[in-house]
Design a protein around this ligand. Structure first.
Ligand code: NAD
Length: 437
């Protein structure tokens, strides 16, 4: 199969590279010239474990290439994936579909022979209909079908998620397109990853319903963490106790500072907007969004309490800025709200992240960035773990105590136990484990 992927970001680049690794011929297209230039030179514009090697081997095998020119790759493709961004639209929170529609228009005039056009971007219900309308209007003679195939990969584990998915969801209506999509995913299908065929609208909704459910699960355990603090229970034991029930499951039950990232915040909001537009409100998700928004800022109160009630004029060292470990993605990271709230209270913020600093510099004002945990801890009144990078799991507390103005650890990811921290003379604050504080 010849596959063209429009948009070579976190999803497009990983999907395209994995399709090439399956044996397909793949051309990844992006408008961003610097991105394509880097890729052509063997550099990976994002941080994703394992991606550099996989790109290199598939380029070498002649199955993967990169370009900014869309026309020829679309003309010769059997399948065109649209994997451009769908951020929140400024002002109203609806998904901004302008990149998807622009890509559809650009694709339309180059289609040649039967082509399956797949929206891999996360798009609200009905977007496939509009993509179809745009292509038909731009090129009335085109022979094509628009299919929905949402992506469920997680940044940081994107390659294994793509190659070993729990399921592949495909929304379409013709046998012709079904045969093509089955061929695209044949290696996974042979590996027993279930291929779930639905209508296009159902497939579009599955993606949002899935993300909203996960966001709700995180928010649920975060509220139970607050309740644990109020009543003297341990949220990690509660999570274990409920997670062992197969109907609930143990994943996504880690209490923390609130969810962030490039998907959950925008997708929950977009689902709320779709639901309101269709007079079928999803009140659970509306509440989830608002609880989560407040939670991130409220973490600053925990930090203030840990340093005696007031952070004004105090140096606070923040460890971890990306929305989760093993990515350089800073989009909607909880660190942005937490740091802003601490600055609003008068704190002097010093921060370090293993991969996120290039993006963080663009998004955060008045923060002093350091090159490791010990450098930013120097003369700090508290060290706050915001993202649980592996490198932060084995901190040298003896060394930190020597560097810091006061030995205070605020662990917003619950990666330490009270005893192991306190034995070094630190005070310890965590989430939902009052018996350990
Ligand atoms: P991204 O911003 O990393 O990548 C999008 C790319 O598309 C950019 O490089 C941009 O330059 C390019 N682009 C935009 N318009 C273009 C055009 N007309 N022609 C060519 N290139 C164009 O975004 P992402 O994180 O890869 O997300 C893409 C979609 O996948 C979104 O809808 C997102 O919600 C969804 N998604 C993301 C993830 C994730 O973990 N990042 C997971 C599942 C689904």
């Amino acid at each position: 199969m010849i596959i063209t992927v429009i948009g070579s970001g976190y999803v497009g680049l990983v999907s395209g590279t994995c399709f090439a690794d399956f044996g397909h011929e793949v051309i990844c297209v992006d408008k961003a010239e610097d991105k394509i230039e880097k890729l052509k030179n063997g550099e990976i514009p994002i941080y994703e474990p394992g991606l550099e090697e996989l790109v290199a081997s598939n380029v070498k095998a002649g199955r993967l290439s990169f370009t900014t020119e869309l026309a020829e790759p679309v003309r010769k493709a059997d399948v065109v994936f649209i994997a451009v961004g769908t951020p929140s639209r400024r002002g109203d929170g609806h998904a901004d579909l302008s990149y998807v529609y622009a890509a559809a228009e650009e694709i339309a005039s180059s289609l040649d022979g039967f082509t399956v056009v797949v929206t891999k971007s996360t798009v609200p219900v009905g977007t496939g209909d509009e993509v179809e309308r745009i292509i038909r209007q731009t090129n009335p003679n085109a022979d094509f079908e628009v299919v929905s195939n949402p992506e469920f990969l997680r940044e940081g584990a994107a390659i294994s998620d793509f190659k070993r998915p729990d399921r592949i969801v495909v929304g379409l209506s013709s046998e012709r397109a079904k045969a093509v999509m089955t061929e695209v995913y044949r290696p996974l299908y042979l590996n027993h990853s279930p291929l779930l065929f639905t209508s296009r609208r159902t497939s579009e909704l599955i993606k949002y319903a899935g993300n909203a459910f996960l966001a709700m699960k995180i928010t649920f355990i975060n509220e139970i963490a607050d309740l644990s603090e109020a009543v003297g229970a341990n949220v990690q034991d509660v999570a274990r106790g409920i997670g062992l029930d197969n109907r609930i499951g143990s994943k996504f039950l880690n209490a923390g500072p609130g969810y962030g990232g490039s998907c959950f915040p925008k997708d929950t909001l977009a689902l709320v907007k779709t639901a309101q537009d269709n007079s079928s409100p999803v009140r659970l998700i509306e509440t989830t969004c608002s609880i989560n928004d407040q939670r991130k800022r409220s973490m600053s109160k925990k930090v203030a309490a840990a340093v005696g009630g007031d952070v004004r004029g105090k140096k606070i060292a923040v460890l971890g800025l990306t929305f989760k470990p093993n990515t350089d993605d800073m989009r909607d990271s909880p660190a942005l709200s937490i740091v802003q709230a601490l600055q609003d209270k008068g704190a002097d913020i010093h921060a370090y992240d293993p991969e996120g600093m290039e993006a963080a510099v663009e998004l955060m004002d008045d923060v002093t960035f350091g090159s490791n945990a010990y450098e930013i801890a120097k003369d700090a009144h508290a060290l706050v773990i915001v993202t649980e990078w592996d490198a932060f799991r084995v901190l040298d507390f003896g060394r930190l105590k020597e560097e810091m103005a006061s030995p205070v650890l605020v662990d917003l990811r619950n990666i330490y136990g009270k005893d192991e921290v306190e034995k070094h003379g630190f005070s310890y604050t965590c989430i939902g484990r009052p018996d350990e504080e």
